[in-house]
Design a protein around this ligand. Sequence first.
Ligand code: ZN
Ligand code: ZN
Length: 363
Amino acid sequence: MTQINDRLAKMQSAMQGAGVDLAAIGPTANMRYLLGFAPHPDERLCLLLVNQRDACMVVPGLNLEEIAAHADVDFFPWADADGPQAALRQALVTLRAPRTLAVDGAMRADFLLRLQAAATPDRTTTVDALLTPLRMRKSAAEIETLAAAASQADRAMQAAVDACRPGVTEAEVAWAAEVAFRQDGAEEVCFTLVASGPNAAYPHHHSGERRLQPGDAIVIDIGASLAGYKSDITRMVHLGQPSAEFLKVHAAVYQAHQRAMAAVRPGVTCEQIDRIARGTLEAAGYGSFFTHRTGHGLGLEGHEPPWIMVGDATVLQEGMVFSIEPGVYLVGRFGVRIEDIVVVTASGVRNLAGFDHALVVKA
Ligand code: ZN
Ligand code: ZN
């Protein structure tokens, strides 16, 4: 007998509203959201199948005991020697083959192909319209986990900043952050991006063997996972006295960040927040060097809706969580980005980051 929890029930009522007969969820953040657990994803077919009344799982037999300890649904296990097709067909008989199927956009393409072959739906869509509105608004418990994750990121940032000195490689600074996250109990270190000197002009530079030099600006952008929930923070370090132009760019980015954050409250749209950050950098003469969106939602995934950018008219509501991360990138010279994770509160904004925004100047 399936125990339909509150989140599954909310998705089922969204399915009724949208005319979706069956939703199929892989071992992804969506499954972790719905069940509080997701097995390690691999090539073996693992699906949570939900119709408007019931739910079941098709699972690799070797993982059955572990999954059953976390999920209170009916199981259709399959053995390596048999393959998943028979178990999948039985599950579809129980839940009824759908006309409209909604699938997890993050599940493997080979899961989707097997599912479509077995279920033969008239129409296939994604579960985004069902789950995004639920996942965007975080509960109080989710926000506290995100706050704890942000505190870990503050401590790892301190370790990275402390590691910055001439002669050290970007990879060594990144490792200092990684070790700090691990010692602090992070479930997974998601990225430790350290971009120095001209590398800092690439927003997604991979930390490498370049050695830090006097005169370098260093972008440190790090994030990890705590109980499934992500962190993401960016701060700036400078070795030696920065130039007047660097300080001007840094001040403009900081002002864009602060103005955008001050505008966050329920009722404002995502694109309005982007407009404020972008307008500030345009007024300072750096608009064309701000080459990405102002921010992204964050929760069980490091990047998830809402998107703080032109074209996302999502109206901010209490409980939404996203980054504010304006940046300016002068190719061949340097880059500056400042990033915090913020929560929309009933009356305004809460910044989950505690690390000081000021440029850290080291000898
Ligand atoms: Zn980041
Ligand atoms: Zn980010």
